[in-house]
Design a protein around this ligand. Sequence first.
Ligand SMILES: [Zn+2]
Length: 77
Amino acid sequence: MGSCWHQRHATPDQRPAGGWPEDAEVTALCNRRIRPESGELAWLWPTCPECDVAAHVLAGAPMVGSRRPTMPNSLGA
Ligand SMILES: [Zn+2]
């Protein structure tokens, strides 16, 4: 059982203090039920593309365009 390759999934669930129980399952941002991995190598796995997108949405789109271009003050009479 299991996928042939690990992927890192993101989940909004907070990791409990002391770590996840051995049989814990969480719902990832891609709606998959995953087993939270706390292994040292987990960070090496490729991020699940669906989770990646969802995480960016959750983080909120960065507000761009709020900076107005600097206009030279050429209104002197
Ligand atoms: Zn995922």
